[in-house]
Design a protein around this ligand. Structure first.
Ligand SMILES: CC(=O)N[C@H]1[C@@H](OP(=O)(O)O)O[C@H](CO)[C@@H](O)[C@@H]1O
Ligand SMILES: [Mg+2]
Length: 542
């Protein structure tokens, strides 16, 4: 290792005194101006990780749905998964090391993680459309070059596209071609094959309005448009030419505020959807003839996909295990519908894609969605092999047709991570194949009214949770208080947890009516404020 070069370059990316950041649920997130040293050092870390696992590693510069002034960075592991948890700790250590200790910390990581510095290293880089992203990705490259690694800069891509590229590269093309054309071709081919199997008459053209959050999704969807079949007409809104990224629009805005985004005019019963800033989340919605807004969130997306897959799996008559993975934020009625009506096993895990992904890998077909619209489907190697074999060899027409649909689903879904573009095509295909309108989809079950709030406290880590974050262990008395509050309302549930991406405590409540959900959420937020060291003024009623 050239320590002189390391010293020289790291001095060009100095760490602001006293700044300590943590590699959280979605990597590092902060104001963009605080991140230069972080991204430089993540360039270094990506090289170490690449040498440790002898594979290409991804680095994405994005802060997803957060404000345009923020930015962030996260590493992508060889098969397109999130960085392994054992390395999150190294990331935090390296990010917070003082300048003069950098060499020492790198040496320690190399020892602890058995990194052979003589191995080759390769890194794929991607970035979102934030004004700060280009410069930050240059600093990533500086880090990579100091440690002498190869890199490919994909420039502007969605987060899931970068995950896809990394997976393609490390499977020697088995997952697909590691280019944008490769991605567009793979998805559009699977989509067209799928809807070719649709026998329903219905409308000849399918229109969909898409709010792209003024982010990367707009750019990439426009590039992909020529690959879409004429039956699918997409209309792009919030394409970033007029307004700010994520400002009053995007999947997170729509989900949190439970209202339509700005910049998209909605006619009654029109099917619309929103991506988030880096296009790894999607939610659908429509307005009924009375003008009421209906949100179709990640839970309902996961439910639609599960219904579709369950029917196909029954037709291919294999003993495949299908399961759904959710977090505590899943609407209680979605869990009930999946378990009681659809009879699919549901598992609840901690918030954060890596937890959902990990759990979903335990099944032949694992569907996971966060309520906020991040999700995908994982097929086990054994299930995939069997399905592809049935497509080739099965004599029974119905069985073979079902296997063919499953095969196209495997190719259409981005199995590395939730992907708004891929999920959108999956949903559009399922709606077409099943001849469902957006209203019929929405009517599968009725969401329990719910409210998500956040409270600022001096140190959010005073809250420790258990049972997939549904119960608070500390501070003393908080869970007892929540239990007592929940008892006051019908069909109610509430929990609190420290956010992994923001310096806040999140509060979730659901109940039989919106007023009750709001009241419960407010009362719980007061309990957090008084028992967990609230900052500023006490929370006000909604
Ligand atoms: C309630 C909520 O939506 N939480 C989000 C949010 O995590 P927090 O740890 O709650 O800040 O950002 C994560 C990363 O995007 C996402 O995985 C998660 O679902
Ligand atoms: Mg995102």
């Amino acid at each position: 290792m050239d320590f002189e070069a390391l010293r020289k370059y790291s001095a060009l990316h100095p760490k602001p005194a006293g700044l300590a950041l943590q590699y959280g649920t979605a990597g590092f997130r902060s104001k963009a101006e605080q991140l230069d040293h972080i991204v430089f050092r993540m360039g270094l870390l990506a090289i170490l990780r690449s040498k440790a696992v002898t594979a290409t590693i991804g680095i994405m510069v994005t802060a997803s749905h957060n404000p345009e002034e923020d930015n962030g960075v996260k590493l992508v592991d060889p098969l397109g998964e999130m960085l392994h948890p054992s390395w999150e700790e190294y990331a935090t250590q390296l990010a917070n090391a003082e300048e003069q200790d950098l060499q020492k910390v790198i040496t320690e990581i190399c020892q602890k993680a058995a990194v052979n510095l003589h191995k080759d290293a390769s890194v794929f880089i991607g970035r979102d459309t934030r004004p700060s992203s280009e410069k930050l990705s240059q600093s990533v490259i500086d880090g990579i070059q100091v440690l002498g690694g190869q890199y490919h800069d994909y420039g502007l891509v969605t987060t899931p596209q970068l995950h896809y590229m990394v997976c393609c590269q490390n499977t020697q093309g088995q997952y697909g071609k590691a280019t944008l054309e490769g991605y567009y071709e793979k998805l559009s081919k699977a989509f067209m094959e799928l809807i070719k199997q649709s026998h329903c008459s219905g409308e000849s053209q399918r229109h969909l309005k898409i709010d792209c959050a003024n982010g990367i999704g707009a750019l990439k969807l426009s590039e992909m448009k020529p690959y879409f079949p004429p039956e699918v007409v997409i209309h792009i809104y919030n394409d970033g030419t007029k307004e700010k990224l994520n400002h009053l629009c995007g999947a997170d805005f729509v989900k949190v505020h439970q209202k339509p985004p700005g910049g998209l005019d909605m006619k009654p019963n029109e099917r619309c959807c929103s991506f988030d800033g880096d296009a790894d989340r999607i939610v659908y919605y429509y307005k009924d003839t009375a003008g009421h807004f209906h949100l179709i969130d990640g839970d309902k997306i996961g439910t639609l996909i599960s219904i579709f897959l369950k029917e196909l799996l029954a037709k291919v008559k294999q003993d495949f295990k299908l399961a759904v993975v959710q977090t505590a934020y899943a609407n209680g009625n979605s869990t009930r519908y999946l378990q009681e009506t659809l009879k699919v096993p549901v598992h609840c895990v901690k918030t954060g894609v890596k937890h959902l992904h990990h759990k979903a890998q335990e099944f032949d077909v694992g569907v996971y969605f966060e309520a906020n619209g991040h999700g995908t489907v994982l097929f086990s190697k054994a299930a995939e092999t069997k399905i592809r074999q049935l497509v080739k060899e099965e004599k029974d027409d119905e069985k073979r047709e079902a296997a063919k649909m499953l095969e196209n689903m495997i190719d259409l879904i981005n199995q590395t991570v939730g992907d708004a573009v891929s999920d959108m095509l999956v949903i559009e295909a399922i709606l077409a194949l099943k001849g469902l309108t957006v209203q019929q989809w929405d009517a599968l079950y009725t969401d329990l009214p719910n409210r998500l709030l956040k409270v600022q406290v001096a140190d959010r880590h005073v809250i420790d949770t258990t049972d997939a974050e549904r119960r608070a262990l500390t501070p003393p008395g908080l869970q007892e208080k929540i239990d007592a509050l929940v008892k006051k309302y019908k069909l109610s549930r509430a929990f609190v947890r420290p956010s992994g991406t923001e310096d806040v405590v999140r509060i979730y409540a659901e109940a039989d009516t919106q007023e009750n959900a709001d009241a419960l959420a407010h009362e719980v937020s007061l309990a957090v404020f008084y028992l967990a060291g609230g900052k500023g003024a006490p929370p006000q009623p909604i």
